[in-house]
Design a protein around this ligand. Structure first.
Ligand code: MV4
Length: 501
């Protein structure tokens, strides 16, 4: 029985994982870098240990240090979250070798899917449709020109060790082929220490649709429907929704079956995601598999009612899946907006700094998965995503209206955030109509321009006026209106604050 889990991560996802641990009666252990001493995951955890200096490669990526903490604290399992060591097969092996459960798939599944050429081969052998392209790794003797011509331009050259858009090159004509090919190879070598590349036909205006998978150790594999992830900027997702407005029940059924097949081809265990490109004619192609919990998992949780982290932990503990495929029912519509500490008016530059004020939206159908608090300083060392706003409603239109209401309520000062940009997206006709693909942001860039800088200044001024008003009220003592003595609530509030922080 898993009684204690070390969470090898930080930020919102570390808190998210610990929340499920708490509900399951599992003790949580946090690890943190020097700059993260005051971070929320450290406060939330039952125990917390410093594992080194602030740069990730001196702390959150230190496999042996993290393992040492797990062993010393008697943790039964390690949850890697996303990013950092989550898709590192060597780490998964080391965890297992230490007799600790890894909340994730086998090292074999991680490395097979991490190598995109191997993943394509596995899929083809299982009959899962892949993007037309090279069947084997390109080798020195191959005539790249002939291969590219056979596939037909435009083509994409991708790094086998890449993924998520890293080390990708679009080639429109043979004249650009060799220089792009050589650049792709040397880029792959310097970024991933592996210069293997492969070629795919370029799919012009695809949708990026992924399926959530759950698989237990007893051979049961199910999917939890799709997520539409086409709203991206520089290969970073900005808005995700489920169900996809591009989906039909027939296509969902077909893609769901292939997603399950894809996972079964590597004897997958745990939560995973199968990414597809889908064209306007509903042709779909396997793109890659992510062998971890994803940032956008909460929208799936919201429409299915399934706590994916809880399922991950139960699976790692050897339990059978709690649901059969026909027991997984979709209810309503969910949208997630990722809130970044970035300046949308200055080329989305990361905007680290101190949170002066934060008010989070509340009310029916609203969830926020965040970790920052008033007075917290966002470090420069990690991802600038500070929160995820997850909205549910019965219909897509209602979900968009509710998202706009929640974005309106979301007040963060001290740092610039992507909130005004997200509000614009919710107002864009192509988004409102559900008629968008991976080129959405580029196509609508004039519409998405944030025109009124004074709007942001006004928010600051409004917050300052509210603050002055608050300070004025502070001058009056809070009194019990019956006895006229200082109210006991005041003392109670102080005690609670001391206990919590
Ligand atoms: C593609 C593609 C079109 N054709 N491959 C980008 C992220 C990574 N997961 C794979 N990606 C793509 N691969 C072929 N053969 C389109 C994308 C793609 C994309 C491309 C340009 C701009 C935004 C994009 C968003 C999602 C996917």
């Amino acid at each position: 029985m898993i009684k204690k889990i070390l969470v090898a991560n930080r930020g919102e996802i570390a808190v998210r994982i610990m929340r499920s641990c708490r509900e399951m009666g599992i003790t949580s252990v946090a690890v943190f870098s020097e700059v993260d001493r005051t971070s929320m995951h450290v406060r939330y955890a039952d125990e917390a240990y410093c594992i080194g200096p602030s740069p990730s490669n001196e702390s959150y990526l230190k496999m042996d240090t993290i393992l040492e903490v797990a062993i010393k604290t008697n943790a039964d399992a390690i949850h890697p979250g996303y990013g950092f060591l989550s898709e590192n097969a060597e780490f998964a092996s080391k965890v297992l070798a230490a007799g600790i459960k890894f909340v994730g798939p086998s090292p074999y599944a991680i490395s097979a899917m991490g190598d995109k050429v191997t993943a394509r081969e596995l899929m083809q052998n299982s009959g899962v449709p892949v993007v037309p392209g090279t069947k084997k790794p390109l080798s020195i003797g191959d005539d790249v020109r002939v291969i590219a011509k056979e596939i037909g331009y435009p083509i994409m050259i991708k790094a086998s060790a890449g993924g998520g858009g890293k080390g990708m090159r679009l080639v429109k004509a043979e004249s650009e082929l060799m220089s792009s090919f050589n650049m792709a190879k040397s880029e792959a070598l310097s970024s991933f220490g592996n210069d293997t590349v492969y070629i795919e036909k370029y799919i012009e205006s695809p949708h990026h649709i992924e399926f959530q998978i759950l698989a237990d150790q007893h051979g049961n594999t199910i999917h939890l429907f799709e997520r539409e992830c086409s709203v991206q900027r520089r290969h970073q997702k900005v808005v995700e929704e489920t169900p996809s407005p591009h989906m039909t029940p027939e296509l969902r059924h077909k893609m769901g079956q292939y997603a399950v097949k894809a996972a079964q081809s590597v004897n997958y265990v745990g939560a995973g995601t199968i990414e597809f490109l889908v064209d306007d004619n509903h042709n779909f192609y396997f793109l890659e598999m992510n062998t971890r919990l994803q940032v956008e998992h909460p929208i799936t949780e919201r429409i299915t009612g399934i706590d994916i982290v809880k399922e991950q932990i139960k699976i790692a503990d050897g339990e059978k899946l709690s649901y059969a495929q026909d027991e997984v029912i979709m209810h309503g519509h969910a949208i997630e907006c990722r809130i970044y500490a970035e300046d949308p008016q200055n080329n989305f530059m990361p905007c680290p700094g101190v949170i002066k004020h934060i008010t989070e939206p509340l009310g029916l159908g609203v969830r926020t998965d965040g970790y920052v608090y008033k007075g917290y300083e966002i470090p420069i060392f990690y991802d600038p995503m500070i929160s995820k706003l997850i909205i549910w409603a019965k219909t897509r239109d209602e979900a968009i209206a509710r998202m706009k209401r929640a974005l309106y309520e979301y007040k963060i000062t001290g740092v610039k955030t992507s909130i005004p940009f997200l509000e614009k997206i919710m107002d864009t006709p192509d988004f409102k109509n559900g008629k968008y693909d991976t080129h959405f942001i580029e196509k609508n860039k004039d519409y998405l321009e944030i025109g009124e800088p004074c709007e942001l200044e006004c928010q600051d001024i409004a917050m300052f006026v509210a603050y002055l008003d608050f300070m004025k009220k502070q001058q009056y003592k809070v009194r019990d209106n019956v006895t006229n003595k200082p109210s006991a609530w005041k003392e109670f509030g102080k005690k609670r604050n001391m206990l919590r922080f």
